[in-house]
Write a protein of this length. Structure first.
Length: 283
């Protein structure tokens, strides 16, 4: 049944890595209660456990970038990784922690690629590192049994063709332009890939709008998602100020305040020896 750990037990490391789990899920969310919780499936042999307190996975480019945006949001970084047993004994495994985005082309990205011997194929946009603070297992008794057939190569093939076109001289097929178009902002309007936003400015690429309807946010417009400050907070502040002004100007409260001050002054005068000479009162 369920159990919790502060580090990843050796038996679970073997279950994840040695037995080569084929799929896992990544869950993140913005800080704002109005934002959208994201769950992304990940497949392929593109993850690792460097030590008992950390986990990483290679983040392939996609049409969305919710995970990156949520991890980059100031004060956020929350992430959960989930594995299921689809064959053999049932099991669910979760890693809870804080995530870091090591973006393609940065020194941090290059360091982990070399250290973990990561194969950087066309379409890789980052490596996500999870600093784990809690590990949990649960039964998984209701998870169905599946036989693994093969990994899909559709995404890898797509970006390999895209790279070939770019190397052949088609500048519009560059990954920077793709990141600018689709990975610069989240569906809630939170900043995404830094390289994507820089490329959007450099090449004049207008990022796509990812939500539809009247309430769909504009990219970068909903800064309350990052600061956690919303319209209702402003209303509360205004009402508090109005109440304070009203109380301060009411005659009854003014008289009460004067009485309190006089009482304090009398108590202070009653103990002149306890005060420095510079603050003693004269009658």
């Amino acid at each position: 049944m369920g159990a919790f750990f502060e580090t990843i037990p050796e038996t679970l490391i073997k279950w994840v890595v040695v037995l080569e789990q084929k799929v896992f899920w990544v869950s993140t969310a913005p800080l704002s209660g109005n934002g959208h919780v994201n769950v992304s499936p990940k497949g392929g042999q593109s993850f690792g456990i460097p030590d008992v307190k950390s986990f990483y996975f290679v983040d392939m480019t996609g049409s969305g970038n919710e995970t990156i945006s949520h991890l980059l949001e100031p004060g956020n970084g929350r992430i959960t990784i989930l594995f299921n047993a689809f064959e053999g004994p049932p099991r669910i495994l979760r890693f809870w922690g804080k995530g870091r985005v090591l973006e393609y082309g940065t020194s941090e990205f290059n360091d982990i690629v070399e250290r973990e011997n990561i194969d950087v194929i066309p379409g890789v946009r980052s490596v996500i590192v999870v600093d784990i603070h809690q590990v949990g297992t649960s039964c998984g008794y209701s998870v169905p049994v599946f036989d693994f057939k093969e990994f899909r190569t559709t995404l890898n093939d797509f970006f390999k063709r895209k790279e070939d076109k770019y190397l052949a001289g088609n500048e519009k097929e560059s990954m920077d332009r793709y990141w600018a178009l689709k990975n610069a902002w989240s569906m809630d309007g939170l900043p995404g890939m830094l390289r994507g936003r820089q490329a959007a400015s450099r090449y004049g690429v207008k990022p796509i709008k990812k939500m539809v309807g009247d309430k769909a946010p504009k990219n970068g417009a909903n800064q309350d998602l990052r600061r956690g400050f919303q319209l209702e907070h402003l209303i509360i502040i205004i009402l508090t100020l109005l109440l304070t002004i009203s109380l301060a100007t009411h005659p009854a409260f003014q008289q009460q305040a004067r009485t309190r001050i006089q009482d304090v002054m009398l108590h202070v005068k009653a103990v002149p020896d306890a005060l420095p000479s510079s603050v003693r009162f004269r009658d």
